[in-house]
Design a protein around this ligand. Structure first.
Ligand SMILES: [Zn+2]
Length: 396
């Protein structure tokens, strides 16, 4: 049963990859410019009686990175969750939950356990700790409003004109008609489309769901997905990355964060115990001779049957780097790449950009890093299968 689930996810991802990114850290070009027009909020200047008369003639100069304050008016309900894993909240209208570092923007038909926000809080904190980076960094150029994700709401934007400052918008989507929507994340937002978060009403109204419940729906929430997409958000706000780097660190963190939190957070512990592990196949076994060229190609020329290889290559690559070059490996790599001032974003880099990512790896970890990685793969029997590998949970 679990194997079928894994394969179905891969199949869906492969289908989706035909015209867009799968589980990406990118934003589609058509939405990237739909930033709400800047609203010039009243500057909170403190004045004294002596200076007041001159105040209105002064030009207000904006800082380079304008960080809007939180401001919105809404008819939608703000909800809170009680922290109890056994309690359940079901949304019947748009609603939202505000946490320290994010807003959950919830559409109708979402079912949440009481500890859902607690678990997301912990996952974000752990990602930040492991990467040495902040989600709500002041260095990121924030949009002045929530990214327009009305594509998920038939053109309607329930969060129009909302400004949430540096907090991350996390959209919880119920794919009511099984359009094949999938989760994604970047610095602008995270979208989570998870069958286990669909209300029973949504599930029971769609034949392709309820007729296949035995393999399409887990009986627990797999927090690995949230950890993966939230890693894209943290990393995306702090730098640029190629496919292998981006999906690799998200996959790596998806596992390590869950493992780190499993003993303290019961529902994440269930994910740790039951999450089904799977390694995608790779087009050719990785070794000292081809490790660099594969990284450079970033699997861009690989046909659909092998899409997903960048995920597994990248995950092992980061495991190798953390184990051999220290716990600050990603931070150091990110700092190096930032100094290159790479334009564009994931999925839309100009030709030649991958060379910069490859050069950055060598600058930080040494000219022989790819040869060492290839040897490490052979020694550890990693990335040697073209068919994929299904390790058991105790090999986590
Ligand atoms: Zn991803």
């Amino acid at each position: 049963m679990k194997r079928i689930k894994a394969l179905s996810i891969l199949l869906m991802a492969s289908m989706f990859a035909g015209n867009m990114l799968l589980c990406s850290c990118s934003k589609p070009a058509e939405t990237s410019d739909t930033i709400a027009e800047e609203t010039t909020t009243t500057a909170a200047t403190t004045t004294t009686a002596a200076t007041t008369t001159e105040e209105t003639t002064e030009e207000i100069t904006e800082p380079t990175n304008f960080i809007p304050d939180i401001s919105f008016t809404t008819n939608y309900e703000e909800i809170t969750l009680d922290g109890d894993p056994d309690s359940v909240f079901v949304s019947t209208d748009y609603c939202y939950l505000e946490s320290e570092k994010y807003f959950l923007l919830i559409e109708p038909g979402i079912k949440l356990p009481g500890d859902y926000a607690v678990n997301l809080d912990a996952i974000i904190d752990e990602i930040e700790k492991e990467l040495g980076l902040e989600l709500c960094t002041p260095d990121y150029e924030y949009s002045h409003g929530i990214i327009d994700n009305s594509v998920y709401y038939d053109g309607f934007n329930p969060w129009d004109n909302w400004s949430i400052g540096t907090k991350l918008p996390i959209f919880l989507i119920a794919d009511e008609t099984d359009e094949g929507l999938i989760s994604c994340g970047d610095g602008e937002s995270v979208v989570l489309v998870e069958y286990e978060l669909f209300s029973d009403e949504v599930w029971d109204s769609c034949p392709s769901y309820y007729e296949n419940s035995d393999w399409r729906r887990l009986d627990y929430i797999d927090y690995t997905t949230a950890a993966h997409e939230l890693t894209h958000a943290v990393a995306g706000r702090n730098g640029k990355a190629s496919k292998i780097v981006s999906e690799g660190i998200a996959e790596y963190m998806g596992r390590t964060v869950i493992a780190a939190l499993a003993s303290d957070y019961p529902s994440i512990g269930i994910t740790y115990d039951r999450h089904y592990l799977y390694d995608n196949g790779v087009p050719e076994p990785v070794n000292a001779d081809n490790a660099e060229s594969i990284f450079l190609d970033d699997y861009e020329e690989i046909d659909h049957a092998n899409r997903g290889a960048e995920y597994v290559y990248g995950r092992y690559f980061w495991q190798f780097l953390f184990e051999n070059y220290g716990s600050d490996a990603y931070f150091r790599y990110n700092e190096e790449i930032k100094s290159y001032h790479i334009e564009g974003w994931y999925g839309y880099y100009e030709a030649g950009t991958n060379q910069k990512f490859t050069d950055g790896v060598k600058v930080v970890f040494g000219d022989d890093v790819f040869e060492k990685f290839g040897d490490w793969c052979v020694e550890n029997d990693a990335l040697q299968s073209v068919d994929g590998v299904y390790p058991m949970p105790d090999e986590y």
